[in-house]
Design a protein around this ligand. Structure first.
Ligand SMILES: *Cc1c(COP(=O)(O)O)cnc(C)c1O
Length: 498
């Protein structure tokens, strides 16, 4: 199978080129030229498989230049059961009736980013061996919290890689900060920057494209790559769990083979929901993809009207991983749904970078709406949903998951469509203990320190605290570098000993 670029469909690369390179040279994103098709019989054959075998079945049709041994090595390493707090890796839990929750946060950092970032380092090192002859890959990450930690944990002590993570000094939750500053591994570095996430992101992008820095790296046999969801290697592992949850629903006899399901995804960069779109187009019986946003509802407006406009107020919410106004992966959807119109994608993306907005044709938005529904949820509804689901079903959601649950409840009220549904749960509630505890109790414990809140939430809910979060309490802080955003490139040199 080959991959092309959303901005130039004359480009043709292999999976390993797409993964090692990260982004196409003219700025487009790599997309598969065609999708493998899964028959219902093939899906049925996956029911009895463990997660690792389901993953290999899906991935081998996408990573056709990987050998069987290479794929075994990658998948068995990434999804080793001792790294996950559930032997199912990504279990599907029934809440009530047709409402099921796909828990994607049982990995080492307790957020769904692990599902992709545990596998990506393996895919990348195998790809680099094939295409970049033994260079050391330097992963540069700007993070607002979850990606940084998941990338650190995925890349720690992986041969021939270095990873440098920059986070805004005041822009992450206390738990997220501790997760990063206590990170172990010989090839990792973490640095706070005086600035916000956008400053970190812009500085990282500038370093990526600085020819002088690239040349210095090349002299030391190093190259940059990206662990962001613009990388195909981040997206492809996410297709797997949609097949896996369907198999789990079959196994639990909640659906029969061929029955359609709806899928609800708490969305930021549009990566996770795009993976569900690919699964649907590969033959997985999905009816609607429901895109859930918090108060930063640029995607809700787009999916309802066809106009994407990021010129709006930015809200800092209790679901920070969805506080985003430029959803990069929407570019891939526009490419596929416009009949692979790379000229149109160029026009739209140029308009987005110059005017901050674009509008698609009525035909295009109509066809997008046959597949996607959308809704958004304000902060008060997030709290109310966490409380209601805990009181009624004894199910404890994190803030991101609660956005999706609330949007789904609205969808059912609005449409009457209550077929079996999977709602993605993207983080452990303990990663956002303060918000979750406040929602459940009505607010009194807000002054406790982070671990006291974790204990209190555990006492009230009886839900186990994930071991990796519990262990942070006794871990020493290793990284306390802080630098100004103007000095980030010097910091990169210093951290790489160049
Ligand atoms: C990254 C993230 C999201 C958003 O996922 P996208 O693929 O960017 O749409 C939602 N919830 C949590 C907890 C996340 O870390």
């Amino acid at each position: 199978m080959f991959y092309t670029s959303t901005r130039n469909k004359n480009i043709k690369v292999t999976a390993s080129q797409a993964i090692a390179q990260g982004i196409s040279e003219e700025g487009g994103l790599f997309v598969p030229c065609e999708l493998p098709q899964f028959s219902l019989d093939k899906i049925a054959s996956m029911v009895d498989m463990p997660y690792t075998e389901r993953a290999k079945t899906v991935l081998k049709d996408f990573l056709t230049d990987f050998s069987e041994e290479e794929l075994d090595y990658c998948v068995n390493g990434a999804y080793a059961t001792e790294k996950f707090s559930s032997s199912k890796i990504a279990p599907t839990v029934n809440v009530a009736g047709n409402k099921n929750i796909l828990e994607l946060w049982h990995g080492p950092t307790c957020a769904f980013k692990d599902m992709a970032l545990q596998l990506l380092p393996y895919l990348m090192t195998v790809s680099a061996k094939k295409t970049a002859d033994g260079k050391t890959i330097v992963i540069l990450v700007a993070t607002s919290g979850d990606t940084g930690k998941a990338a650190l944990e995925g890349f720690k002590d992986v041969d021939n890689t270095r990873i440098l993570v920059f986070y805004p000094v005041d822009g992450v939750s206390p738990m997220q900060k501790l997760q990063m500053t206590t990170q172990d591994g010989e090839n990792v570095s973490v640095c706070a920057i005086n600035g916000n996430f956008d400053d970190a992101q812009s500085a990282v992008k500038a370093i990526f494209t600085n020819d002088e820095i690239k040349a210095q790296l090349a002299q030391k046999n190093m190259m940059f790559s990206s662990a962001n969801s613009i990388n195909w290697g981040r997206l492809v592992p996410q297709i797997v769990y949609y097949f896996s949850t369907y198999c789990d629903l079959l196994e639990q006899k909640r659906i029969a083979l061929g029955d359609e399901i709806n899928v609800v995804v708490p969305t930021g960069n549009f990566g996770n929901i795009l993976a569900a779109y690919y699964a649907k187009n590969m033959g997985l019986p999905i009816k609607k993809l429901i895109c859930a946003s918090n108060s930063n509802n640029v995607l809700t407006d787009f999916l309802k009207t066809g106009e994407y406009d990021k010129n709006r107020k930015f809200f800092t919410t209790t679901s920070p991983s969805m506080d985003i106004l430029i959803s990069s992966n929407l570019e891939r959807l526009l490419y596929h749904m416009s009949g692979e119109d790379d000229t149109l994608v160029n026009e739209l993306m140029n308009a987005l970078s110059t005017d901050g907005k674009y509008e698609v044709s009525k035909t295009l938005i109509d066809s997008i709406q046959t597949v996607f529904d959308a809704g958004c949820c304000d902060e008060a509804s997030v709290d109310a949903t966490i409380k209601e689901h805990f009181d009624k079903y004894h199910y404890l959601c994190d803030t991101h998951t609660a956005v999706a649950v609330e949007v789904y409840d609205d969808y059912v009220k609005r449409t009457g469509d209550d077929i079996p549904t999977v709602i993605d749960s993207t983080a452990s509630p303990y990663k956002f203990s303060k918000s979750v505890l406040t929602a459940v109790t009505g607010g009194e414990e807000a002054n406790l320190d982070e671990f006291a809140m974790v204990d209190e939430l555990n006492k009230i809910s009886g839900v186990d605290v994930p071991k990796p979060l519990q262990a942070l309490k006794d871990k020493a802080v290793r990284f306390n570098n802080v630098c100004d955003k103007e000095n980030m490139s010097e910091m990169v040199f210093k951290l790489l000993n160049l």
